[in-house]
Design a protein around this ligand. Structure first.
Ligand SMILES: Cc1cc2nc3c(=O)[nH]c(=O)nc-3n(C[C@H](O)[C@H](O)[C@H](O)COP(=O)(O)OP(=O)(O)OC[C@H]3O[C@@H](n4cnc5c(N)ncnc54)[C@H](O)[C@@H]3O)c2cc1C
Length: 237
């Protein structure tokens, strides 16, 4: 597969390249496929952090197709981690579904960073979906028993069975994807009507939905920019 200009730019920006090898492949449900991979030295080269993601290079009929995926349960002792793919019509999702032990894929580490705010937030407000659930789970692991409210958008009923890591006292609210995501925006807006002192907000959904929620938090409620993190995880087309 020919790597394109994107790969050159990322390398020039300090991107580090690794070759991952699939060790195990598991269909968790109709909407999720999980791979166990050897990181090819990635976990020795970089310390893992919550929400850590890499750029994977898929082959799209000879053209390179780069998409971001989150490291699940990175284990520096073995150099292994899982990748969880939300399933839909797409090159990445298709590759994952048919990946077998021994298959390899190139990865670039560039652009991922995250630290939980200091001082520790009084409450976490997380908004995600099946694509950002691995990142949501890594935040919940890092947050321990912090109070949290988590909205998760789902397109298919079976997504409500996806494994989340909320603990007692952390509320998970499943919201159907309706009206191209506007239902989720309205649901969160109705719940968050004033800035919550010391709270931290993290939003990672479809791009338009994420933009609308970030605007509500930053401009509508005037929440300090250090208390909001928002990144579109996919684009509806
Ligand atoms: C930092 C970051 C971390 C991410 N981590 C993960 C992760 O761990 N697991 C994960 O599953 N995804 C994750 N994503 C999202 C993933 O990169 C996108 O969903 C990506 O578009 C999938 O590529 P594709 O080749 O399968 O589909 P594309 O070629 O991008 O799109 C093909 C079609 O599928 C639709 N589509 C793409 N993604 C979705 C989706 N999630 N739901 C519904 N329809 C979709 C598009 O609108 C389009 O119509 C992450 C994204 C970011 C930015």
């Amino acid at each position: 597969m020919k790597r394109n200009w994107e790969a050159l730019v990322l390398k020039a920006m300090g991107g580090r390249e690794f070759r991952l090898t699939v060790l195990d492949s598991e269909r968790v449900s109709g909407s999720l496929h999980r791979l166990l991979v050897d990181g090819g030295g990635l976990l020795a080269a970089a310390e893992a952090h919550p929400t850590m993601w890499i750029r994977l290079w898929f082959d799209n009929e000879g053209r390179s197709h780069q998409r971001a995926y989150t490291l699940v349960d990175p284990d520096p002792a073995t150099g292994r981690f899982h990748l969880e793919f939300a399933l839909h019509e797409g090159v990445a999702a298709r590759w994952a579904s048919s990946a077998r032990p021994g298959d390899t894929i190139d990865a670039t580490l560039q652009g991922s960073s995250f630290t939980l705010p200091d001082p520790t937030p009084t409450h976490l407000y997380l908004v995600g979906d099946s694509a950002s659930l691995p990142a949501v789970n890594s935040l919940l692991d890092a947050a321990g028993d912090l109070p949290a409210t988590i909205w998760l958008e789902y397109a298919n009923d079976d997504e409500k069975g996806l494994p989340h890591r909320a603990r007692a006292g952390q509320e998970v609210i499943w919201v159907p994807r309706l009206d191209e995501g506007r239902h989720l925006v309205e649901t969160v807006r109705a719940a968050l009507t004033s800035p919550a002192e010391g709270a931290y907000h993290w939003v990672a959904c479809e791009a338009g939905t994420t933009r609308a929620l970030a605007k509500h938090l930053r401009k509508g409620l005037g929440v300090n920019r250090h208390q909001v993190s928002a990144l579109g995880y996919w684009t509806a087309r």
